[in-house]
Design a binder for this molecule. Sequence first.
Ligand code: FAD
Length: 462
Amino acid sequence: MYDLIVIGTGPGGYHAAIRAAQLGLKVAAVEEGAVGGVCLNVGCIPTKALLHAAETLEHAEKAAEFGLVFAEPERDLAKMGRWRDKIVKKLTGGVASLLKGNGVELVRGFARFTGPHELEVDGKKLEAGKIIIATGSKPAVLPGFEPDGEHVLTSTEMLQVERGVPEKLLVIGGGVIGLEFASIYARLGSEVTVVEYEGQILPGSDPELVKLLARSLKKQGIAIRTATKAVGYEEAGGGLRVTVEPVGGGKQEVLEASKILLAVGRVPVTEALNLEAAGIKTDARGFVPTNERMETNVPGVYAIGDVTRPPLLAHKAMKEGLVAAEHAAGRPAAFDQQIPAVVYTQPEFAGVGMTEAEAMERGIQVRVGRFPLSASGRAMTLQQTEGMVKVIADAENDLLLGVHILGPGASDLIAEAALALEMAATATDLALTVHPHPTLSENLMEAAEKLHGQAIHILNKR
Ligand code: FAD
């Protein structure tokens, strides 16, 4: 009998298991696949490794501007794959050691509920006072584009860069995953087209910055077709012919491709868990709803991470894991924090809090400060002057509502904005904080200054 069993050892599951063990609970973590879940094995980490590798090619090219000319790079994709695997192995091995070191028992196998406090793992019965479901998500499928491992691939298969660089890659889905793979393969030499159903790539993100990002991606050779529906495909002459049409009707068109990446979102993993045996409810989309303490409708059963609700992000899963573990251990805990989001394109795109449109939808009058990276000294020294920082504050009380960044280092810079929002900072707080020079962080300060018509490095035309 355990105090707590966690199903799944992705970022949500391993955080929950470790924190619960730190708080003195007797914990088991059940894992049917690889320790570390999607994020470490086939998600966040391997994509970032490949993005870095591919980006290096671009840095080498751009170096000619300041007088450093390198020989034509040789691409050893097998070696790139081994390097990616080495990082994954190191991190997943680290998680396994941390689970062990914290006294978490790792049970290998597939868990299914037999009751609210009972699981069966490959024929073995396990009991616990509390259970956390952290089973994550898997790629969503689009009818007519069922992944077959050959023509239509998922993100997991696209990570196998050693399979080769397709001459023409058609990406269905202009969300985070689609754009990150578009960036990797465009830099490695593919002719990439992204097809997005909605009217913009990264639906829901700040449209002004999305427009700038789309412009930048197009300059990198990535073709983008928004408001376009992928209808079906056929094999022809050793390649693929993909039929697309404008959303809302119109003339169909055929695009040629050598491979298709299906990146139309992810769905929660709940089937075969036998949730009914414990009376656990799911919503219409299959997610397991919870309250802010991450409890499901069944007392003592929690759900965290991708299986609960969007956004499907590792750091959300981690935080939810900590909340569930602390609550299961009898501590007061709740999830009410801001969740920053990052897209690791070049330039990077990151945001936290409300967009201008969201604030306006809620009837909040806003003031917006924008600072273009073309005016940033640090951005110039990094040869990355495309992008903008956008700070949104409540016009009435100056409270920060949202910060959105397109530019180098956005993935790290957004943490300052997240802290500012958590601390209920005002735009004036951000503007008054001394930022080191020359840095990209100054751009946040300048955008906040601009909001009050006081930026120094651009004119404050009203
Ligand atoms: P998962 O990581 O999905 O782990 C679930 C685990 O549960 C798996 O190991 C699975 O084997 C196990 N499991 C499932 N069912 C059972 C069962 N019945 N019994 C036993 N074990 C079971 N997020 C970011 O924040 N930043 C990024 O840069 C980022 N990049 C991504 C890139 C890609 C290509 C993809 C696909 C995702 C990316 N994500 C990123 C999303 C991130 O990977 C997920 O949000 C995160 O992994 C969710 O964590 P989780 O703990 O909920 O579940």
